[in-house]
Design a binder for this molecule. Structure first.
Ligand SMILES: [Fe+2]
Length: 281
């Protein structure tokens, strides 16, 4: 499994709090205006970015945590890149089960976009690849776990705090149909992460809903999709009528973290709540 942890970037920062916006599960089609369960995913993504602007968010960087393109179309990645670029000059991506890693790597500037180990201010931000090509569920894999341990040791030596981002959920979130797809080797992931008290939070996409929990001192966070939402607590596939949204994070110098979710206000989105499946993986 390919991963991006070997690529490291030290980002300039003027000290103090590091501000991040997470946009996830955009599911853009090959053609502009493509729909997922009746929702125009370009329109909803742009509305979410506009909401972040209206919220007055000033982000040092944006993370996009997978399922960025619904079918891995090269044109979808270019539209995402342009839309995020207009909001924030620095964006970083990781793949979800719907993505095509080769198409992501073909995007201009992909060496920067697909960098897995970012250092900014007092923080390290890691972007993992939990995609198993051709499958819906997620896994980190032994190679990547080894690289994760090395990256975390290096950050610990530099006394940095760490935020770990990935696509699939590492814990069950209470939706049976989604929880079958959670990170298969999550126990091994936690065994590595929990060896390093500098790791403050795990942040993921995939579940198209908000989760904010704790596991010991570790914050566990997931976020709304920029398109269709999935209903919390559902045994089988069920879309939800909540509006699309994004997550903001403020990573403070001393390791504290403030975060929240903001959903689009004042826009009506079309979504087919009767559809009983998600069709593609
Ligand atoms: Fe998704």
């Amino acid at each position: 499994m390919t991963h991006f942890l070997a690529q490291r970037q030290d980002l300039p920062h003027d000290g103090g709090t590091v501000r991040i916006c997470q946009f996830t599960d955009c599911h853009l089609a090959g053609e502009r205006g493509g729909r997922l369960l009746g929702m125009d995913t370009d329109h909803s993504m742009l509305a979410v970015i506009e909401q972040a602007r209206r919220d007055g968010r000033r982000a040092d960087l944006v993370v996009a945590t997978g399922d960025l393109a619904d079918g891995g179309a090269p044109a979808a990645y270019l539209r995402l890149q342009a839309a995020l670029q207009a909001f924030c000059p620095r964006q970083f991506w990781l793949p979800g089960n719907h993505d095509d890693c080769a198409a992501m790597a073909a995007v201009p500037g992909s060496e920067e976009l697909l960098c897995g180990d970012l250092r900014i201010g007092n923080w390290q931000i890691l972007l993992l690849n939990s995609q198993i090509p051709g499958e819906i569920g997620g896994e980190i894999g032994a190679d990547q776990l080894g690289a994760l341990q090395r990256a975390l040791q290096s950050a610990a030596d530099d006394r940095l705090h760490t935020l770990v981002c990935l696509h699939h959920q590492p814990v069950p979130i209470g939706c049976d149909w989604l929880d079958e797809q959670r990170v298969a080797d999550a126990d091994a992931l936690f065994a590595v992460v929990e060896r390093f008290p500098g790791v403050k939070a795990l942040l993921w996409g995939h579940v198209h809903q908000e989760v904010d929990r704790r596991r010991g001192d570790l914050r566990l966070l997931s976020s709304p999709s920029t398109c269709v939402q999935f209903a919390p607590g559902s045994e089988d596939f069920q879309a939800d009528d909540q509006p699309p949204g994004y997550r903001w994070l403020e990573l403070h110098e001393d390791g504290r973290l403030d975060t929240g979710v903001s959903r689009v206000q004042g826009v009506t989105f079309e979504v087919n709540l009767q559809q009983r499946g998600y069709l593609k993986h």
